[in-house]
Design a protein around this ligand. Structure first.
Ligand SMILES: NC(=O)C1=CN([C@@H]2O[C@H](COP(=O)(O)OP(=O)(O)OC[C@H]3O[C@@H](n4cnc5c(N)ncnc54)[C@H](OP(=O)(O)O)[C@@H]3O)[C@@H](O)[C@H]2O)C=CC1
Ligand SMILES: N[C@@H](CC=O)C(=O)O
Ligand code: NA
Length: 433
């Protein structure tokens, strides 16, 4: 059978992994799809750059037209990143009846719907398994494996870089900047690592997961996002002392009325929680379905070969669809209109660390603010701090609505007795709550 020809956009960390897997697993791939897979053209920025794989210089190009308009190419694998320009290139490729496999969550979180519609109109596939949780087949699990269930909750450690940083800071006491540098060297971080550490990368992935899991179009602007840049050693120390592990957690929750909340923030998880033991660059997505109950998908979330595994598996799916003549029929448009929860409908426990005057009556002043909103404490710690006359107060609340909690914080800031609110984090407990 005629070989399948690939145009590869990008030959960095992930692109090199794609070349390795296509070369090293060629026998398995031929067995799966019934023909060889050949890489015809590879788009790069710099032709002369040293590469992690040996590649015929004749197939390298800096001209994207040679790939997307190339009549010999069947499938475009996009692993170069970028949003606006990249979207235009992929739309052009789709108009040329080329199937797309991409690892680009920045693109899919914003223009996924547009690309999938264009692809379906042109009888083409767009697969994007690598865009969320690199090597974990989570998109396929939501679209196929759990398609008959009503998903109520998705909780994900979906950014490898930040999980690597938090793990190394917690377990080895390493400094934030040093570990970030390590994560960059290991190929986990984005070209601009701000999108990792500020939570944007995880938010994009949660947009993709929530849209698929709830069959509802969720936009990036709907995701309340906080990154890990403010997390410090003290917070990690107290979290540990109180029996928690800190994770950058994406949470997507749907209630009985199909109202949803999607957020990303540093979150404290009890040590016994299944997500608490997910370390380093590993990712995990916890899915609670009404019928299936608890499921969890675990694996490497970033890195060259794990990510490339998802990409080449997507490629296999595209070629199998080509054989069956069913390309463009896989994606299903969202079933529900967007329906977001209001802050008074979002419930959670909270960890709060305060520096307050170490004087009689201060603690009762603080508790009276919480009492006013009907919020009680689950755990309390009070310790002296170096600065004379101040006490460090750490509390974990019982569940409060986001609206009430934000009002509590405002009132606490106004108290004379409170010097500073040092930190505040969401605390997740039971998985399906
Ligand atoms: N790294 C990871 O673990 C994961 C990454 N991803 C996603 O995969 C994609 C690629 O990531 P990664 O491999 O790490 O990135 P790299 O920066 O390592 O590689 C990007 C590649 O694309 C090429 N490139 C970038 N912009 C252009 C352009 N305008 N024109 C031509 N070539 C271009 C670069 O060329 P040159 O080499 O000449 O500079 C390079 O080969 C991104 O969308 C990323 O978010 C998804 C999951 C995991
Ligand atoms: N920078 C990302 C790469 C994979 O999507 C991460 O750290 O998870
Ligand atoms: Na994946």
């Amino acid at each position: 059978m005629k070989p399948i020809s690939i145009g590869l956009l990008g030959l960095g960390t992930v692109g090199s992994g794609v070349i390795k897997i296509i070369e090293n697993h060629q026998d398995k791939l031929i067995h799966q799809v019934g023909c060889p897979i050949v890489v015809k053209k590879v788009l790069v920025k710099e032709l002369g750059k040293a590469r992690a794989v040996s590649i015929d210089p004749a197939i390298l190009t800096t001209n994207v037209e040679e790939v997307i308009n190339n009549p010999e190419i069947d499938v475009i694998i996009e692993v170069m990143g970028g949003v606006e320009q990249t979207k235009e290139h992929l739309l052009q490729a789709i108009r040329n009846k080329k199937h797309i496999v991409t690892a680009n969550k920045d693109l899919m979180a914003v223009y996924g719907g547009e690309l999938l519609t264009a692809a379906s109109d042109n009888g083409c596939d767009v697969f994007y398994e690598a865009s969320v949780a690199g090597g974990i087949p989570i998109i396929r699990s939501l679209v196929d494996g759990l398609s008959s269930d009503r998903i109520k909750k998705l909780m994900g450690i979906v950014n490898g870089t930040t999980n690597y940083i938090l793990t190394k800071m917690t377990e080895e006491g390493l400094a934030y900047e040093d570990v970030l540098k390590e994560a960059q060297e290991l190929g986990y971080a984005e070209a601009n690592p701000a999108s990792d550490v500020e939570g944007l990368d995880a938010a994009r992935k949660m947009v993709i997961l929530a849209t698929l899991g709830f069959s509802m179009k969720v936009d990036l602007a709907d995701v309340k996002t906080t990154g890990i840049t403010m997390v410090n050693e003290e917070d990690l120390h107290y979290a540990k002392q109180l029996g928690y592990t800190m994770k950058l957690l994406g949470i997507a929750h749907r209630d009985g009325d199909d109202k949803v909340e999607v957020s990303v923030q540093p979150t404290l998880l009890p040590k016994a929680h299944p997500l608490a033991s997910v370390s380093n660059e590993y990712n995990a997505v916890y899915v609670y379905g009404e019928a299936v109950g608890e499921t969890m998908f675990y694996g490497p979330g970033a890195g060259s070969l794990p990510t490339a595994t998802s990409i080449v598996s997507d490629l296999v799916a595209v070629v199998k669809n080509m054989r069956l003549g069913i390309n463009g029929s896989y994606a299903v448009a969202p079933q529900h209109e967007k329906n977001l929860k209001d802050p008074e409908e979002i419930y959670s426990k909270y960890f709060l660390r305060i520096h307050a005057k170490d004087e009689v009556g201060v603690f009762s002043e603080i508790t009276s603010v919480f009492t006013q909103y009907g919020v009680s404490f689950e755990k309390i710690l009070q310790l002296p701090v170096k600065e004379k006359g101040l006490a460090e107060i750490v509390v974990v609340t019982h569940k409060a609505s986001l609206k009430n909690y934000e009002e509590i914080l405002m009132q606490l800031r106004d108290l004379n007795a409170i010097k500073e609110i040092k930190s505040s984090y969401r605390v997740e407990g039971s998985a399906n709550a």
